[in-house]
Design a protein around this ligand. Structure first.
Ligand code: URA
Length: 451
């Protein structure tokens, strides 16, 4: 048994009694739902497991399996044991467990769009009757797609989404968790770790109603010329420490060469505790020039860390005239640790979710332009604070995995190479990335032959 888990034997009798407690109103006849068109018509309907009116959390899976069909109760087979153990481990009570499709598809296959469509009103009915629910947990692609319209679980796991049905947290399907035990990533975590982590965060949400950490106390906002001076004074002391500053720019577009593009806000941390924010979009026009010069000074006199620095370095240089001498890029650090992952798994919010305890502070990109001043500052500052934390964690994992020589390699080869690439780009040199990749492949091939 995994450390931290309590063995739970599902008490089927108790569950059966509880399922009798359902409000009843949603247990309508087959005809009042969409069953007549459904390929699974006539199969045993497996509905949820609690008194709907009293539930705090609704957990939604895919469709019942063989054991569930036999017993008429969702999630009581092997994957159900995993789910129920994790619920207990996270101390989640008053949970209603159900599925997108209520009957078992042949050979436990993934339900077809028609099955999902025919069963839609059943789940809608359950969700409607769970009047006191505070959170819905979507387990796996099918439930995530149904509830949030973003079915890609590996990318969205751990995030909370506001939907027409209420707040939804996305997590793995327990079958996937069960199949991937011991398949660990660079952090040494397997899907079960992430699955239980997600449910602990669900519990935290129920108690605090917060999906992310509160950083208000740590934020200094620059809105007046006095604030500008305070920021400069504070950084002139901070620079002496040699510690890093996390930097993040929020911009009106991602096209650096769009003449309309402007910087709406900049956040610069002092280590990982304090963060200064200059919300350019909300500044008095008379202050923009002096605040920009202050930003340039701070960035030029500190060791910086950025995420996906290729973009932010261009912004720093082109919009603020920065010289940029020392920049760590957390995206490259992560790539060194786990280059096999797709680009989107290196998104800052995804990494923040997996490597820090900031939680879900994400904002959809198209929401960014319309954010209020307070939300923009909060979001921008979190991005910068998370970036510093990631650097620290990545260095730690690099150190324990590879030792000092790789850290030296990173500091003396990778970092300077990135700066070189950056300066080559801003000086108009055409850098052919595809050619570089091909060159690397050829070299690797030759090294293999020599070896
Ligand atoms: N998988 C599901 O999605 N639901 C169950 O009830 C059992 C297994």
């Amino acid at each position: 048994m995994r450390k931290g888990f309590i063995a739970v034997k599902t008490d089927v009798k108790k569950l059966r009694n509880r399922s009798m407690l359902r409000s009843g109103t949603h247990q309508k006849s087959v005809r009042s739902f969409g069953c007549s068109e459904c390929p699974l018509k006539g199969r045993r309907v497996v509905e949820g497991t609690a008194a709907l009116a009293t539930v705090d959390v609704v957990v939604v899976g895919e469709a019942p399996g063989k054991t569930e069909e036999e017993l008429g109760i969702p999630f009581v087979g092997k994957s159900g044991q995993v789910l129920r153990e994790v619920l207990k481990y996270a101390q989640l009570e008053n949970v209603y467990i159900t599925n997108v499709v209520k009957c078992r598809p042949d050979r436990n296959e993934t339900p077809t769009p028609l099955m999902i469509k025919c069963c839609k009103s059943r789940l809608e009915d359950e969700l409607r009757h769970a009047v006191n629910k505070k959170l819905i947990v979507a387990c796996g692609d099918i439930a995530t797609e149904w509830l949030t319209k973003h079915g890609e679980v590996t990318q969205n796991r751990g995030f909370f989404r506001d939907t027409e049905y209420g707040k939804v947290m996305i997590t793995f399907h327990p079958v996937y968790v069960l199949r991937s035990l011991n398949v660990t990533d660079v952090l040494g975590n397997d899907p079960l770790n992430y699955f239980s982590h997600d449910f602990r965060r669900a519990k935290e949400f129920l108690t605090t109603r917060k999906v992310c950490k509160d950083i208000t106390e740590r934020v200094q906002v620059v809105k007046t010329s006095e604030d500008v001076q305070n920021m400069l004074d504070s950084f002139s002391v901070f620079s002496q420490t040699g510690e890093v500053c996390g930097v993040d720019f929020e911009t009106s577009s991602l096209d650096m060469f769009d003449p309309q593009m402007y910087v709406s806000s900049v956040a610069i941390t002092q280590g990982k505790e304090k963060v200064w924010c200059v919300p350019f979009k909300f500044l008095e026009p008379s202050l923009v020039e002096v605040a920009s010069r202050a930003v340039q000074k701070v960035l030029d006199t500190n060791n910086l860390v950025m995420h996906n620095a290729n973009f932010d370095m261009l912004v720093a240089h082109m919009k603020f005239g920065c010289c940029l001498k020392s920049v760590d890029d957390t995206m490259i650090m992560y790539y060194l640790l786990d280059g096999s992952r797709g680009h989107s798994s290196k998104r800052l919010k995804r990494l923040a979710m997996d490597w820090t305890d900031y939680g879900d502070y994400g904002v959809e990109y198209d929401e960014l332009l319309g954010l209020s001043e307070a939300r923009l500052i909060d979001y921008n500052c979190k991005d910068a604070l998370v970036t510093v934390e990631l650097r620290e964690k990545f260095l730690h994992v690099m150190q324990s995995a590879w030792g000092e020589s790789m850290i030296n390699g990173y500091n003396n080869v990778v970092k300077p190479a990135q700066l070189l690439l950056f300066w080559a780009t801003v000086n108009g040199m055409k850098v052919d990335v595809a050619y570089g990749i091909q060159l690397l492949k050829d070299l690797q091939g030759k090294i293999k032959v020599i070896g």
